[in-house]
Design a protein around this ligand. Structure first.
Ligand SMILES: O=C(O)[C@H](O)[C@@H](O)[C@H](O)[C@H](O)COP(=O)(O)O
Length: 236
């Protein structure tokens, strides 16, 4: 049984939440392919969404028509324990989804800045118009993607004038420099999902839903955005 509030979908258990989100994303991707003969899927790392990705990977889709890339990445090679790319390769680019076109954020360059420049060029060549499906996570500081309130670059990365697709952030609370989609790029999407598990994340969400500056809890930019409405799936 799920209790569906506006944009917030409660599930009795994580298995149900994962299955429901995977089915909804597969449907969104199928619709995009029907309309434009291609689709793009942008995924977060972290621990929460991996089971959902595995369920999504077996969806009956023309995966060769799907471009899969990252919402954000730690500036580490894909062999590194901290790599989001490694997690995506292990949990999403498997089964039928293993033939999707994957665009990694980590590119072998000498610095996060040069990596971002190379990544920016790659994405601008491959991606035009709205992103089809974005999967977000959230930290208990209210960060999402690598839009960390504590990052020195945060004001520039969330600026309404920022027309870049990507940015580098240096969150003080995380050990690695980050490569991330910018706020404007993320909001220019057709579907944005947030997968949350547990009471701590629910309490953080409730705090984010209260009054306060978006920049202090960047998930607020998405909670307060009308089109697309953020679709939140939560289980205990
Ligand atoms: O690189 C990352 O870590 C993610 O992109 C980040 O934004 C993540 O989604 C949240 O920190 C939640 O992480 P968990 O799912 O591990 O709680």
């Amino acid at each position: 049984m799920t209790l569906e509030l506006a944009g917030l979908h409660y599930f009795d258990d994580r298995e149900s939440a994962n299955r429901s989100m995977a089915e909804k994303i597969a449907s969104d991707l199928a619709s995009a392919i029907n309309e434009r003969d291609k689709a793009s899927l942008w995924v977060s790392g972290g621990s929460t969404p991996m089971d959902m990705y595995r369920k999504l990977s077996v969806a009956n889709l023309p995966w060769r028509k799907v471009l899969i890339s990252m919402v954000d990445e730690r500036y580490v090679p894909p062999t590194d324990e901290a790599s989001n790319e490694r997690l995506i390769k292990e949990n999403l680019l498997i089964n039928g989804a293993d033939v999707a076109e994957f665009v990694p954020f980590f590119q072998v360059t000498e610095s996060p800045a040069s990596n971002q420049q190379q990544l920016e060029a790659t994405l601008r060549e491959k991606v035009h118009g709205a992103l089809d499906v974005v999967v977000l996570g959230m930290g208990n500081d209210g960060h999402t993607a690598s839009l960390f309130p504590c990052a020195e670059e945060i004001e520039q990365v969330v600026s309404a004038e920022n027309s870049d697709y990507t940015a580098v952030t240096h969150p003080r609370v995380a050990p690695h420099a980050r490569l991330t989609l910018t706020l404007n790029r993320l909001l220019a999407s057709r579907h944005i999902y947030l997968l949350l598990f547990g009471e701590d994340k629910l309490n953080t969400l409730k705090k984010a839903e209260q009054n306060g500056e978006e920049i202090d809890m960047p998930i607020r930019y998405f909670l307060r955005n009308q089109q697309p409405r953020l679709e939140i799936f939560w289980a205990p």
